[in-house]
Design a protein around this ligand. Structure first.
Ligand SMILES: Cc1cc2nc3c(=O)[nH]c(=O)nc-3n(C[C@H](O)[C@H](O)[C@H](O)COP(=O)(O)OP(=O)(O)OC[C@H]3O[C@@H](n4cnc5c(N)ncnc54)[C@H](O)[C@@H]3O)c2cc1C
Ligand code: SF4
Length: 324
């Protein structure tokens, strides 16, 4: 049986107390729903001695507000967002993404903030300490090499959070609070290409709110996910699109793909497709462009060639669904 290491759990009653607790206890980790953090602690993936539990902040950080767009508190549960009528009407891609995260129990415990700050995943790290020790560990924890990229100097564990591509496609931002004050960071600048720590979050910083601009509301949008078992699995690929059309013509495109490497990506170099008819040929061309930019790796236990082959198929289906 895998057990938790000895830990002191700190229970702040406000955001200000929470970030102060993080500052006062270097190496402390934030505990929201705990659906990912707790298994990782049992795997011995972190050396932390302190957890800063956010349950006491539920009143402060569990809200969905329409205010110059949408504002979502970090402690909204995934289940709450999947079922929210405002989200279903305004940002269906996000509601769909939430509805496809894990299984029902985990969606009830898991939070939006925890999902966006989810640690990267890899078939060589999400294993027991014993398993990893037998392999000689790896760059992400206790070791010096990467088992995915021979000679690799940077961890390429996969960003596996399903809300991330949906919110990227919708051009959302996140509000971060630390003892030094607060800042709002566009999501496209939030993630870093480093599986050891794949966000710009500082150790004493808390993600408190997600902001979705009103421009997202009018867009045709959809989310899609490839996974082994539809009932519970993490993504083998996740994609979201947000399109603006004028008549039958494409006016703007935003396509995000995740579960590849350490950060979800926005597909680039597609502006020349603006002005084309919004039809099946457009959807196919977008799929081809996405495939050129995405290289699935052996960081998860799903065949990378299969993921690569399926990518244009999924993009085509995703775009046609958004347009329909
Ligand atoms: C069997 C299984 C299947 C799963 N399937 C999926 C899936 O399909 N898709 C998916 O996206 N996820 C999946 N998950 C992961 C997880 O359940 C969800 O991502 C969930 O939303 C995480 O939220 P949480 O509140 O439980 O995060 P926690 O586990 O509490 O925290 C996750 C990380 O975020 C940090 N953190 C949490 N909140 C904040 C905050 N406000 N500010 C700063 N840092 C913070 C924590 O310190 C930790 O590092 C799965 C988990 C399991 C066990
Ligand atoms: S990508 Fe490499 S360094 Fe990162 S967790 Fe996997 S094996 Fe370890």
């Amino acid at each position: 049986m895998m057990t938790l290491p000895p830990l002191e759990v700190l229970r702040p009653g406000s955001v200000a107390e929470a970030v102060e607790a993080l500052r006062a206890h270097p190496g402390a980790r934030v505990l929201a729903g705990g659906t990912d953090l707790v298994p990782n602690l049992k795997y011995g993936m972190y050396d932390t001695r302190h957890l800063v539990a956010l349950r006491g902040l539920s009143k402060e950080l569990r809200y969905v507000r329409e205010e110059g767009g949408l504002r979502l508190g970090a402690l909204c549960t995934i289940d709450q967002l999947a079922e929210n009528d405002l989200l279903k009407a305004r940002t269906p891609a996000l509601a769909e993404a939430c509805g496809q995260i894990a299984g029902p129990q985990l969606r009830r415990m898991g939070t939006l903030g925890g999902n966006l700050c989810l640690d990267t995943r890899c078939v060589y790290i999400n294993q027991s300490y014993f398993w990893r020790s037998a392999l000689g560990f790896c760059l992400k924890k206790d070791g010096t090499l990467c088992h995915v990229v021979a000679g690799g100097k940077r961890c390429v564990a996969a960003a596996s959070n399903d809300t991330a591509p949906a919110l990227l496609a919708l051009d959302a931002g996140v509000r971060l609070v630390s003892p030094r004050g607060e800042r709002v960071v566009p999501l496209r600048e939030f993630y870093l290409p480093d599986g050891l720590h794949n966000t710009v979050l500082q150790p004493d910083e808390l993600l408190v709110e997600v902001r979705i601009p009103p421009a997202a509301f009018g867009k045709k949008q959809a989310f899609m996910k490839l996974r082994t078992r539809a009932a519970i699995d993490f993504p083998a690929l996740n994609l979201a699109v947000a399109l603006e059309t004028e008549g039958a013509v494409v006016k703007s495109i935003s396509l995000a793909v995740g579960a590849l490497a350490a950060r979800p990506v926005l597909i680039k170099g597609i502006d020349d497709l603006v002005g084309r008819p919004a039809d099946a040929r457009f959807a196919e061309e977008l799929g081809r462009r996405a495939q050129k930019q995405c290289r699935p790796l052996t960081n998860i236990s799903v065949d990378p060639d299969w993921r690569r082959d399926l990518l244009p198929v999924l993009v085509r289906r995703l775009v046609l669904r958004a347009l329909a």
